[in-house]
Design a protein around this ligand. Structure first.
Ligand SMILES: NC(=O)c1ccc[n+]([C@@H]2O[C@H](COP(=O)([O-])OP(=O)(O)OC[C@H]3O[C@@H](n4cnc5c(N)ncnc54)[C@H](OP(=O)(O)O)[C@@H]3O)[C@@H](O)[C@H]2O)c1
Length: 271
């Protein structure tokens, strides 16, 4: 049995669907109730309360863990006690490139490495699905606002992250690996807005925000340290952050999906 945390999220929801379709027994964990495929067991629990995870881990073999809660060691101890032998951590590119800002994912990586479990770490860069932040302004006013409009980054499709995770959870040969997960090409925010316009069939105007405007907006839903790290990546990416990684193709045997492909599949959010 495989335990999937973050089961109501962009990545976790698709990990649950892929594992179920492959015939695995799945326990989905989230704080909210979730719409799940038939046969999936749901345990409502908070990663901030590792004792409450006992029921979820009982009889589990593997765990898909996301960075949430304050005590990764206690989560991993509870997992091991329940029978988990393999853990796949959804970390973040920033844990490798900017650990001074991404301390929380870096602490989870450290705990996973020391857990005594067979581990694999996934380090995605920015998600294609961060463009959902534009859904309302595109639906209402055909406008997308972002800072650093002409700085390219190789954002990734959350569906590809989920497929890599589901593969690594089920397949041997990935122990002790850190996979850097990116899309197939650099795209700028301006190009992503245009790709959504093309998918919707009406042009989308790109409005460049100042760094301060973007910072104020991001502080509403992210801790300050992560906001600073994210702005640094968006505005002044290092060579490593701009690098298109071969790891999705290495694991899946196919190229990662483009932003335009994601926009086409998610066009309903922008109409
Ligand atoms: N977006 C990016 O560009 C990016 C880049 C690199 C890494 N990441 C990482 O990828 C992760 C997943 O992204 P996503 O887009 O799938 O996220 P998402 O759609 O926001 O989903 C987050 C999930 O985490 C669950 N969750 C949050 N806190 C929890 C807690 N204390 N206990 C139990 N469950 C908790 C939420 O479920 P409930 O609310 O129902 O509990 C939800 O299912 C992020 O958390 C981030 O660490 C994101």
């Amino acid at each position: 049995m495989i335990v999937v945390t973050g089961a109501t999220g962009n990545v976790g929801g698709q990990v649950v669907a892929l594992l179920t379709a492959a015939g695995e027994r799945v326990t989905a964990v989230s704080r909210r109730t979730a719409e799940l495929p038939e046969g999936v067991r749901h345990v409502r629990a908070d990663l901030d309360d590792p004792a409450g995870l006992k029921d979820a881990f009982d009889g589990a073999d593997a765990l898909f863990l996301l960075v949430a809660g304050q005590d990764p060691r206690a989560i991993l101890d509870a997992a091991r006690a329940g029978g988990v032998r393999r853990v796949v951590l959804l970390s973040s590119q920033g844990a490798g490139t900017r650990p001074e800002f991404y301390r929380h994912p870096a602490a989870f990586e450290d705990a996973v490495r020391r857990s005594g479990l067979e581990w694999t770490i996934l380090r995605p860069g920015g998600f294609h699905s961060n463009a959902y932040a534009w859904a309302e302004s595109i639906r209402g006013g055909r406008t997308a606002a972002a800072p650093f409009g002409d700085t390219g980054l190789p954002t990734i499709d959350p569906a590809d992250i989920a497929e890599v995770a589901a593969t690594v959870l089920r397949e041997d040969g990935h122990a002790g690996r850190v996979y850097e997960l990116t899309g197939p090409a650099l795209t700028t925010p301006r190009e992503r807005a245009a790709a959504i316009g093309a998918a919707v069939g009406t042009p989308v105007r790109f409005a460049e925000q100042t760094r301060e405007e973007a910072r104020a907006q991001m502080l509403q839903f992210m801790p300050e340290q992560v906001v600073e790290g994210t702005l640094a990546i968006l505005g002044e990416p290092t060579d490593a952050e701009r690098q298109v990684s071969p790891d999705v193709e290495r694991v899946l045997g196919r190229a990662p999906r483009s932003f335009a492909d994601w926009a086409g599949r998610n066009v309903a959010a922008f109409r």
